[in-house]
Each structure stands twice: as C-alpha cells, then as structure tokens.
Design a protein around this ligand. Structure first.
Ligand code: GFB
Length: 463
C-alpha cells in the first residue's frame, strides 16, 4: 500500500497506530515539489490576470450567517456532477465553475480542484484496465487551463491538505416545490435526496468522492436548493463560510453566468486538449485524410490568449466529418436521431454539395451499425478512427472520443447530432480555429423532422 493510501486509511479510521505515518507523510509533503506547484499555479495565474474581465461586485447574502473570522488563503473549491452525465456535459459544468472561481479570485485567492474522471457511463471498454480516477492532464493541457483560473489535480490537493477531509460539502438541488417564475435564489433546505452517509464514530460524511469512497470524507454536509447562475455562490463562499476547502456536488444545477460572452469563450479557449492526444489525432489526419495544419490553415498559436481568428481563416482538410450520436442517445432522443439509411442520405447529399469524397465518421455506434452506414455510402471513402490497443490502453475511452472530436474539428465541413454536447464542443472548437459558420453549424435530421431547423450559431466572441 502506498504511503499516501496508508494515511488515507489512518485518517479515515482515526487510529492511534497511524500517527507516525501521518505526521511523516505530512512532513514529507512539505517538500519542494508541491510548494513549487502551488507557486507555479499562482504565478501563472497572476501573470495572466491582466487579461481578466473585471466582473461583478457582490453583496453578502443576508440569508446566511455571516462568518467574521478570516479564511486562510488559498482556499479550495471542489465540485462534482450528477454521476450519469457524459464527458462533454461535464466540460460545460467545468466552465461554469471556472468562471465562479475567477470571480472569487477578484476578492481572495481560490484554487479550483479538478474532479478526477471516474467510471463514466459511456466508457464501456472492458479491456483497457481501470477507467477510474483519471487526472485532467490525460485529457487537457493544464498550463492552458491555468491561464484562465488557478487549477490543481485532486491528487495534489490531497497531498497538500493536512488530511483527506474536505471541510464543507454542499449538495445542490432544485426547489422541491418547483417554480413559477425565475428568480436568483439559494436556501439551505432538507435534502430531497442524499447519497452521502454520516459515520457517527469519526463524525465524517462518506460518499462517492470521484471513486475515492472511504478514503476521502467531508466534515460538514448540507443541502442547498438553488436557482441561479454559478456566481450566485460568490457572496456565500466569501462571507458565509471561512472553510479552507468547500465542495459543491451536483454543480450542474447552476447555470452559466453569461452563455456565449467573451468570458465564456475565454474559459472555452483555455480548455485545450492535451498535446499527446492532439498529436495522435493529427497523425491520423495526415495519414488517412491527407490533412495537415499548414495546408488546412488550422495552425494553433502556442498561447490561446493571443490566438484570434476570423471566420473563414481556416480551410480544413478535404473531408466531410459527421458526428453520429447513437447508443443511449438514439433511444432517449428517438425523435431527433435519424435512421442509418436516412443519415446516409443526408451525408451523401452534403458530400456532393461540398465536392468531398472522403467522409470521417465519429460515432459511438456499434460496429454493425457503422458497417450498415458504410454500405449506404459505398461510393465514398468512409473513415473511422480505430485506436491501436496501446493507445486505448494508455489513454482509455475518454481519449478516443477526444481524438474523434479533434479530427471532426479539422474537417472542411462538419455535420453533427441535434443537441448532443459532443457535437456542440466540436462546433466551438471550429469557431476557435476560424472556420466559416456555414461549415460548422449543421446537423442531421430525423426523417419526420420536416423543418430540419439547424443549430443556433454560437459565434466566438473576443474581448
Ligand atoms: C442521452 C444523454 O446524452 C448526453 O450525451 P452527449 O450530450 O451526446 O455527449 P457527452 O456528454 O459527451 O456523452 C456522450 C459520450 O458518449 C461517447 N461518444 C459519443 N459520441 C462519440 C463518438 O463519436 N466517438 C466516441 N469515441 N465516443 C462517443 C463519449 O464517451 C461521450 O463523452 C450525455 O451527457 C448524457 O449523460 C446522456 O447520456
């Protein structure tokens, strides 16, 4: 058992035998590496802070008791999302919370602790080893995230925290009675549902905690009914609690502060995929689709802060990319997802219009469905990214999906699935790269959908 795991066990069971391990561990942690990490997070953030928008002031929330003692800096905000949600919806929730943390940083230093990726419903591969507790650095470029807001991995938070205990945990929920009119409000309320358990022996709350279950706990737990935007929590966090670490579970309950404005796009631009995954996708583009950044005019600037593109700057590789969401989506949203035959009909029509012979298909469809689709498209060269066993084992299902997204983002023309956040994230990637909106905001329609209304054009905005 690693020393860290031993300490988790010790602290959660409060055994005296553990005292030695714990104090040794904590001493060991005062090591240079972590101090440097923390400093790096702060310096990095301060350096880029001149680029921040000076948004909202706040009034303390008089509904809650005002805490007068001063909180120790830095403070840590953790969050989690409804267990059933997929990767791209979770990315969206990150953006809401990152904007909240940026707002908090206008008043005091806060660090956003990134929730490890564990056992997502859609990650079904059995032969790739554990898909639990995957750090954000596998999928995203952390230095890029840090140019928007200070972030750290949960494992690093555990290392610097004195014990594997989060001071306060709030479980967000809607109002039980529902609502007639929209108003920004939040209230401590009895829990409508509570997935955490109180251990009366050591007076701690246990629960999922990103898969850490009995290794991590919370000291205080309450439910909060909320209707509002993420930054509704700003006054509460600054004046109604002085806890060093606060976690908001079910963070998807709060909305974006302002959907689609330049701050929204800043945090979106900061969410660059990790270089290792972009490289795998770029190698595939080059080999199978004859697509390179230089030819396609999609070269990335090193720093997203300086990268500004006009619509039409990007040309894209000579292929049409489709995101064909199937699996659970085809069942839950039966009325939005076309049959394979009808999807193929639309794809053929678009390829003809665009004079493209190569079609790249990103899909979560089983092989038989993909083969059926290919049969309908026999006059075209149809491609699907199939990872080598090594890539899949190393980076897992989450990475394969990112590679699919990155390849779609570089196509000359893209068509997605109605209301899939997977398709939405490809659309915003293409906005960042500078594609013409006509080549981006397109979707497949169900055969019975006669109007076939195309997606809203959420165009990039720079400040
Ligand atoms: C029905 C709802 O759909 C919502 O999904 P939706 O917005 O499409 O998009 P996501 O939130 O990303 O969830 C769908 C997941 O399915 C896999 N997936 C979907 N399309 C592809 C693809 O083209 N390639 C690869 N490799 N993987 C794909 C991938 O793991 C992805 O994160 C979910 O967030 C909800 O939890 C719920 O399932």
């Amino acid at each position: 058992m690693s020393r860290q795991r031993q300490v988790f066990r010790c602290l959660s069971h409060q055994s005296h035998h553990c005292h030695y391990h714990t104090s040794q561990f904590i001493l060991g942690l005062k090591n240079l590496k972590l101090v440097i990490l923390l400093l790096a997070i702060h310096v990095n953030f301060l350096l880029s802070s001149e680029d921040r928008d000076d948004t909202n002031s706040y009034e303390p929330d008089s509904k809650f008791k005002v805490v007068v003692e001063e909180a120790k800096a830095p403070r840590y905000l953790l969050y989690d999302v409804n267990p059933g949600e997929g990767f791209n919806l979770r990315r969206d929730v990150y953006m809401r919370i990152a904007v909240l943390v940026q707002n908090l940083n206008d008043a005091a230093p806060w660090i956003l602790v990134l929730p490890p990726w564990s056992r997502l419903y859609h990650w079904k591969s059995q032969d790739v080893g554990s898909q639990d507790m995957i750090p954000w650095s596998t999928f995203f470029d952390l230095p890029s995230l840090r140019k928007f807001v200070p972030v750290m991995e949960f494992e690093d938070f555990l290392k610097i925290n004195r014990e594997p205990v989060i001071d306060e945990l709030y479980y967000l929920q809607n109002y039980k009675e529902g609502w007639d009119k929209w108003e920004e409000k939040m209230d401590k309320r009895p829990c409508i549902m509570n997935p955490y358990n109180f251990d009366s022996k050591n007076k701690l709350w246990y629960g999922w905690f990103f898969g850490y279950n009995d290794e991590v706990a919370a000291r205080k737990f309450e439910c909060i009914s909320v209707m509002g935007h993420a930054s509704i929590f700003k006054p509460f966090l600054l004046t109604n609690t002085s806890a060093r670490s606060v976690m908001l579970d079910r963070a998807e309950t709060v909305l974006h502060d302002r959907y689609g404005d330049s701050v929204f796009w800043k945090v979106r631009r900061s969410m660059r995929f990790s270089k290792q995954l972009r490289d795998v996708a770029d190698a595939y583009r080059k080999l199978h689709l004859n697509s390179t950044d230089e030819e396609d005019k999609t070269v990335l600037d090193d720093d997203w802060i300086n990268m500004k593109r006009n619509h039409g700057d990007a040309r894209g590789g000579a292929y049409l990319a489709v995101h064909l969401r199937r699996a659970d989506f085809a069942k839950v949203r039966e009325k939005d997802v076309p049959s394979l035959k009808y999807a193929a009909k639309q794809i053929k029509k678009l390829s003809k219009q665009q004079e493209l012979k190569h079609i790249f298909v990103a899909t979560d469809a089983p092989l038989e469905e993909y083969n059926e689709l290919k049969k309908y498209l026999k006059d075209y060269k149809v491609h699907r990214y199939e990872p080598s066993f090594e890539v899949k084992k190393k980076y897992k299902d989450g990475a394969v999906a990112i590679i699919d997204q990155w390849i779609c983002a570089h196509a000359r023309y893209f068509v997605g699935t109605k209301e899939s956040t997977f398709s939405f994230r490809i659309q915003d990637e293409r906005e960042i790269l500078g594609f013409s909106p006509d080549t981006t905001f397109n979707r497949l329609c169900h055969e019975k959908d006669k109007t076939c209304e195309q997606p809203t054009r959420w165009l990039i905005s720079y400040s």
